[in-house]
Design a protein around this ligand. Structure first.
Ligand code: NAD
Length: 341
């Protein structure tokens, strides 16, 4: 996009109205777990905000929604500072955009000049749930938090302790002194359907969709309430670590699985864009028959040294991207159902 002249009043008005709307929708989504619009609608507003900023860089301020990771800390929970920042992901909405992103990343990797071929892409499912940060000290789970604004999250330790799949004590040995394990908490599709059927039978309002149900379940004030919800988790990242010698994302998943942490069975290590596109097509065809809902595919540089060299923007890593599948009618319709979280 070519920069345009100084924004006229109307462009600034459009920009500020849009930024306010995005903030309002984020608040409903992250703080209240009750979205006011569909994800597709939110994504297109966010896109428009990014476009206006690209055209009028003078509009961008540090508190623009495009410069921040969405989500704050609700007064209902204690605030917890993450040892290492948590980020969001850059979204692409078409294969063309993904190809352009990969070409740019490969050019940056080539410039690093370490002589190797292109990066190996760790390609995995984008689980539609809620990010959590689990702090393990010497193999023991000592704290769990939501992502929040990426620096500070909400202390949800008591609620996470009710999720059986998340080990309170890792198994094996040689644990790092300190390690932050990041993952997505979600409700599997089948369990969600059964849970809703039980609510309807009891004369209660069903939950709107698995993503908001998972988020609402994890952010309950009473852990006994969380314990009733069929929550699962898959690991998708690592934050601060002291004494963990793994050298890549996939190597880390292997080690974490060995210690008993739940890793996704669906990821693949791929050497070319062609294989990544094939992965996207395969999972696009069967996305509704998987055990959990996905809203896209995440493509990550596998090697940690290359990840470090590529670094981060103020909101997202430069070594990963989320390809979002085109929206489907059914998602917006679900939002009309009364929400009960
Ligand atoms: P995001 O969901 O697009 O991407 C980042 C998140 O993806 C991570 O924090 C992590 O929790 C998750 N994730 C799932 N699988 C992952 C994997 N395999 N590897 C790494 N991360 C994985 O970004 P966001 O900042 O969390 O929020 C934007 C999303 O929330 C968009 O999908 C947007 O549509 C939705 N949203 C909707 C509304 C609304 O009103 N409907 C409002 C705000 C945000």
């Amino acid at each position: 996009l070519e920069p345009e002249a100084i924004p006229s009043g109307s462009v600034r008005d459009e920009y500020e109205n849009l930024a306010d709307l995005v903030r309002k929708y984020r608040f409903a989504y992250y703080q209240e777990d009750e979205p006011l619009v569909s994800d597709a609608e939110f994504d297109s507003l966010f896109r428009r905000l990014e476009e206006l900023e690209a055209l009028h860089p003078e509009l961008v301020s540090n508190d623009s929604p495009t410069q921040e990771v969405g989500g704050e800390v609700s007064a209902a929970f204690a605030a917890v500072e993450h040892l290492q920042r948590m980020y969001s992901l850059e979204d692409v909405f078409s294969i063309g955009e993904l190809e352009a992103w990969v070409a740019k990343a490969e050019a940056s990797v080539a410039k690093l000049g370490n002589g190797s071929a292109g990066p190996t892409w760790l390609t995995e499912l984008k689980i539609d749930g809620l990010a959590v940060n689990l702090l393990y000290r010497d193999g023991k789970l000592v704290r769990a938090a939501t992502r929040g604004d990426g620096y500070t999250g909400e202390d949800i330790t008591h609620n996470v302790l009710t999720i059986k799949e998340i080990p309170q004590q890792l198994s094996g040995g040689n644990f790092p002194a300190e390690m932050e394990v990041r993952g997505e908490v979600f409700i599997p599709s089948q369990a969600f359907a059964e849970f809703n059927e039980a609510l309807i039978e009891a004369g209660k309002a069903p939950l709107a969709n698995p993503r908001n149900a998972a988020a609402g379940s994890l952010r309950q004030k009473d852990p006994a309430e969380t314990a009733k919800r069929p929550l699962r988790m898959y690991v998708h990242g690592i934050g601060a670590r002291e004494g963990l010698a793994t050298v890549s994302q996939s190597d880390t998943y292997r080690q974490l699985a060995e210690w008993g942490l739940p890793t996704s069975p669906y990821f693949e290590l791929l050497g070319s864009l062609k294989e990544v596109l094939d992965f996207i097509k395969r999972y696009g065809d069967k996305r509704h028959s998987l055990t959990h809902e996905i809203d896209g595919i995440v493509v990550k540089v596998d090697d940690f040294a290359t990840q470090r060299a590529l670094g981060y923007t103020s909101r997202v890593p430069r070594w990963a991207v989320a390809y979002k599948y085109p929206p489907e009618e059914v998602h917006t319709k679900l939002l009309d159902i009364a929400v009960n979280v």
